[in-house]
Design a protein around this ligand. Structure first.
Ligand SMILES: NC(=O)c1ccc[n+]([C@@H]2O[C@H](COP(=O)([O-])OP(=O)(O)OC[C@H]3O[C@@H](n4cnc5c(N)ncnc54)[C@H](OP(=O)(O)O)[C@@H]3O)[C@@H](O)[C@H]2O)c1
Length: 347
């Protein structure tokens, strides 16, 4: 069985990661690529500045890039479009009957749009029924969270059982998170920038609560956890790190928390989805881990690494979490979403 797929924003950082991850996918085959008018009409190899260590697959390199207009693409389309244009373009594709599995922020917080991490909230796909009723679209839109939110929400999800009350996160985010060419080298080399545009801190505070929340009659009821986020950009290629503190209602010992992370599993593992890591969260007991240089590719970039769990004198515990921002935080996340939708009969 082969399912043809398209990629909107195929020439960007996330688009390239889609191309690389789908190269040997057992179900999905890339047959259509869309980007801006700057790229339309060119062969993909000429339209994109390939940045990945993985080889650009020949059959995709030869494909022509199309304009980002609906009609010629297959039904299932992944999107890594720049958010300045994603709202309009993804809406037009959904209206025309395409299923858009998007990385962009534009629809994430809409009450009838699933903001999905399949291990954490696979049941949020039930929002698609409300989406079908509320919109005139023949197709659908499903989204994955902001790249650092995925890492954070996965690390927090197993802590809900201990009565998660409040959390503070300071992020150290990689330059690949800013697209290509991204942050100028003069600004980032030997430096830390204590600001990321596009409402990054607000996204962490709002998206995380939706993801950890429960489906109710009018969309998702946010998880009550109080969150305070501060973001920084650091000179790391790939891998967003978060220094996180949590306050919990219960008083679990550190062993119980580490076990909750290590034993955490979800629908993707149950269904043995092709992109599902065997272990979605790994607790590393070494005192100097996780590190982007050593741990970012764990589980083919789909596993979140957690470490340095210790008591916090202000909240209850503090720890460090790390995940690959363009794989688990973007293209790999969207592919896992589509795999889940396929197995749930939603494609
Ligand atoms: N990088 C990450 O870690 C990450 C993680 C999660 C989510 N995201 C989100 O994913 C999206 C893509 O991010 P990125 O880092 O891949 O950005 P990027 O490298 O700047 O790529 C942007 C893509 O959008 C296309 N595009 C721009 N303007 C367009 C237009 N007017 N019409 C059609 N296509 C247009 C570009 O095509 P051209 O090459 O033709 O200009 C390119 O393919 C963003 O919404 C971002 O917030 C990124």
């Amino acid at each position: 069985m082969t399912i043809e797929v398209g990629i909107l924003g195929a020439t960007g950082q996330v688009g390239q990661q889609f191309v690389a991850l789908l190269a040997e996918h057992p179900w999905f085959k890339v047959t259509w690529l869309g980007a801006s008018e700057r790229s339309a009409g060119k062969a993909y190899r000429d339209a994109t500045a390939w940045r990945l260590a993985a080889q650009l697959p020949d059959e995709v390199a030869r494909l022509g890039v199309d304009a980002a207009t609906p009609g010629r693409a297959p039904k299932l389309v992944f999107s890594g479009l720049d958010s300045s244009v994603a709202g309009e373009i993804e809406g037009a594709f959904a209206e025309a009957g395409h299923i858009i599995v998007s990385n962009s922020r534009n629809y994430r917080m809409d009450t009838d749009v699933p903001l999905l991490i399949p291990e954490v909230n696979a049941d949020h796909l039930s929002l698609l029924k409300a989406q079908a009723m509320a919109r005139s679209w023949k197709g659908r839109i499903v989204t994955n969270p902001n790249c650092v939110v995925i890492v954070y929400a996965m690390a927090l999800a197993p802590l809900r059982q201990f009565g998660l009350k409040a959390s503070i996160i300071t992020t150290l985010q990689a330059i690949s998170g800013a697209g290509y060419p991204g942050v100028p080298s003069w600004d980032i080399l030997g430096n830390v920038i204590p600001f990321i545009g596009g409402g990054e801190e607000q996204k962490i505070e709002t998206e995380t609560k939706k993801i950890l929340g429960a489906v109710a009659s009018r969309g998702v009821e946010d998880h009550p956890v109080r969150i305070s986020a501060a973001v920084t950009r650091v000179p790391v290629h790939d891998g967003h790190t978060g220094s996180i503190a949590v306050s919990l209602d219960q008083r679990p010992d550190a062993g119980a928390i580490a076990a909750a992370w290590n034993e955490f599993r979800g629908r993707p593992q149950e269904l043995e989805l092709p992109s599902a890591p065997a272990q979605p969260i790994v607790y590393l007991s070494e005192e100097n881990r996780p590190q982007p240089a050593l741990d970012v590719n764990r589980g083919r970039g789909m596993t979140v690494s957690v470490g340095r769990l210790r008591r916090c004198t202000v909240l209850d515990y503090k720890f460090v979490a790390l995940g690959h921002n363009t794989i688990r935080g973007a293209a790999g996340a969207a592919i896992l979403n589509a795999e889940l939708m396929h197995r749930e009969g939603l494609l």
